[in-house]
Ligand binder design. Structure first.
Ligand code: CTP
Length: 409
């Protein structure tokens, strides 16, 4: 049997990037031989094994034919006769279809190195179409390597378009899609992921609510970039530039969905878009089974981001309602993430990226004021149960009025 390093490990070494996990392909071996050497099988049907010591993945060289829709629809054909070239040709991109033996000799039948040098993401063969998840993978690699100048080859984009139009993307499971989406959002240029999905028609299928924002105008006075889709990409770009967590990035992507529902006659204004967008945010959250913290923040940012921008003008009672809605007393971090998402929204406007956002510290101060009230004196006065709750609320309101007063002088 022969063993080769394959995929990302070879690619990233050639790019001079750190290699995190290594995948191996084994040519000329049977399942029985692997088991006899102590490799542990992964799942029942896949010809993939874990190394007894390193835990790294070793896959038998295989060809793959499609027998049905989605991931469960795969049949794998692995046998000792399958060659390295036959295994590599069924992989997604040429830059991922190189192999290296333990002397560092490269096997590169599909010119991955040439495409690495030319900064091109190109599919290896028509077998690309066997796994529609690859549409998302290519968009993710485009986001990851955008800074190095990589772009998607026109013929690959065309294949991605055909796959998007074929209805295949609908068959992807929420789990597989979310894994790609969440990884892509955490790249340095997540806006490129969304842009590439849009360029190949996949965004319309996966996230029609986001796709609908392109071509929708906003008032130029507040949004010099005008287009809501362009604005959304800029907000996401800002969130990445400021190294924000996934929760914030997801919320940034979804914050303005309601603007896609505004009747044309009302353009460029978007009255009550915050509220109208909630059902769309919910639908996207559920479609991809986003983690609870991402779901919650996206809904809260969708509903309240305009409050964030108007923070300095809000009445004390409205500020209190905002803080209550976030349960800031028990969930301070979530409110902080809301503030940051609002700031990214404000910065995601053409020419205003560097403008300061005093609302952020003002909101932080309001939260501190409301949280700082003393409960003990209320207990000593005999308040309890719902009465205590009301009394605490009154104290918080008093504190916020004082805070507002102090801030305005
Ligand atoms: N692969 C593929 N099609 C997929 C998934 C994986 O062709 N849908 C192949 C590619 O050759 C890829 C390799 O399997 O390089 C390993 O896949 P994976 O570990 O998911 O990705 P990496 O390329 O290692 O990239 P990353 O750095 O994002 O993990």
């Amino acid at each position: 049997m022969q063993i080769f390093k394959v995929g990302g490990a070879v690619r990233d070494r050639l790019l001079g990037k750190p290699v995190t996990d290594i995948d191996w392909v084994v040519v000329g071996a049977t399942t029985e031989e692997m088991l006899a050497k102590g490799y542990r099988p992964v799942g029942a049907d896949f010809p993939v094994f874990l190394h007894p010591k390193s835990g790294e993945e070793y896959a038998l060289a295989r060809t793959e034919r499609k027998s049905g829709r989605g991931y469960g629809g795969f049949t794998f054909h692995a046998s000792p006769e399958v060659t390295l070239e036959e295994d590599l040709i069924r992989r997604d991109l040429t830059i991922n279809a190189m192999a290296e033996d333990d002397h560092g000799n490269l096997t590169d039948p599909y010119h991955g190195q040439r495409d690495l040098d030319a900064r091109v993401l190109r599919h290896v063969s028509p077998a690309f179409a066997e796994d529609p998840l690859r549409v998302l993978r290519v968009a993710r690699f485009a986001a990851r390597y955008a800074e190095l100048g990589f772009t998607v080859a026109p013929e690959t984009l065309e294949l991605m378009r055909q796959l998007s139009e074929s209805g295949e993307l609908e068959a992807l499971t929420a789990e597989r899609s979310w894994k790609e989406i969440s990884r892509a959002l955490m790249e340095d240029q997540p806006q490129v992921f969304i842009q590439v999905l849009r360029d190949c028609g996949a965004l319309k299928v996966l996230m029609p609510e986001v796709d609908a924002l392109f071509g929708v105008p906003q008032p130029e006075a507040h949004h010099p970039e005008i287009d809501t889709g362009v604005h959304t990409l800029s907000v996401l770009e800002q969130a990445a530039r400021h190294q924000q967590p996934l929760t914030v990035r997801w919320a940034c992507l979804l914050h303005d969905l309601g603007k896609g529902l505004t009747p044309k006659e009302e353009w460029p204004r978007h009255i009550a878009h915050e509220h109208k967008g909630l059902k769309l945010i919910k639908a996207l959250n559920e479609r991809f089974k986003a983690p609870r913290d991402c779901q919650e923040l996206a809904l809260l940012v969708g509903e309240y981001h305009t409050h964030g921008h108007r923070a300095l003008e809000l009445k004390a009672s409205t500020l209190l309602e905002l803080l209550q809605s976030f349960d800031v007393y028990r969930r301070p971090q979530r409110f902080e993430e809301f503030i940051i998402a609002c700031e990214m929204d404000a910065r995601g406007r053409k020419g205003l990226e560097q403008r300061s956002y005093p609302q952020a510290d003002y909101l932080r101060g309001a939260a501190t004021a409301a949280r700082g009230i003393a409960v003990q004196p209320l207990l000593e006065k005999g308040f309890k149960g719902p009465g205590l709750g009301e009394a605490i609320k009154r104290e918080r309101l008093k504190a916020l009025k004082a805070y507002k007063e102090a801030a305005s002088t």
